[in-house]
Design a protein around this ligand. Structure first.
Ligand code: FES
Ligand code: FES
Length: 188
């Protein structure tokens, strides 16, 4: 058995006091009931408690997008939100995107276009990219949307703008753009 992580030890110390809370959420279709220090971020809850380490910790300060997950259908940075704020929420991480052996279209497109090198940013990129296409389809404008009354055109500028919160230190941006564009065209 592995020794408890620092987060677990901290939680164990505080569990009996008022500084911890019971939280229930659904992650990738499975319900989890956990007792957490109120200060635990959603990112730490996913990685340290649920052992879902696909969601990555890059900066832990909301600046890199490596921790992007979907909460109730919207993308968020899991490092910027406390787990206790998500009682009752439905959370989707990179681990929940493939169905059995079948990758989801965005995962497959990243492979098809060689859209990663080290792969550290990739789970966040894929979660963000999937949300970007849904946001465009729903008509949410961005800073580069010219016509606010027309359906949003899928352009390189739109995708780049909407993905600007997801950094890639390997510089795989051009292939990430190709992967997202492929899925956008498949859906159009
Ligand atoms: S780890 Fe959350 S934005 Fe960087
Ligand atoms: S693939 Fe290495 S940081 Fe993006």
């Amino acid at each position: 058995m592995n020794p408890p992580s620092s987060v677990q030890r901290r939680d164990d110390t505080l569990r009996s006091g008022a500084e911890s809370s019971s939280v229930s959420f659904v992650v990738n279709g499975a319900r989890h009931d956990v007792e957490l220090d109120n200060r635990t971020t959603l990112l730490d809850a996913l990685r340290e408690r649920l052992k879902l380490t696909g969601t990555k910790k890059g900066c832990d300060h909301g600046q890199c997008g490596a921790c992007t997950v979907s909460v109730n259908g919207e993308r968020i940075n899991a490092c910027l939100t406390l787990a206790v704020m998500h009682d009752g929420d439905d959370i989707l991480t990179i681990e929940g995107r493939a169905a059995a052996d079948q990758l989801d279209p965005m995962q497959q497109a990243f492979i098809d276009h060689d859209a990663f090198q080290c792969g550290y940013c990739t789970p966040g990129q894929i979660c963000s990219a999937s949300a970007v296409l849904e946001e465009m389809q729903a008509g949410f404008p961005s800073h580069v949307t010219n016509d606010l009354t027309a359906p949003i055109e899928i352009t390189d500028a739109e995708i780049r703008e909407r993905m600007s919160g997801n950094l890639c230190r390997c510089g795989a941006y051009s292939n990430i753009l190709k992967a997202i564009t492929q899925v956008a065209k498949e859906r159009a």
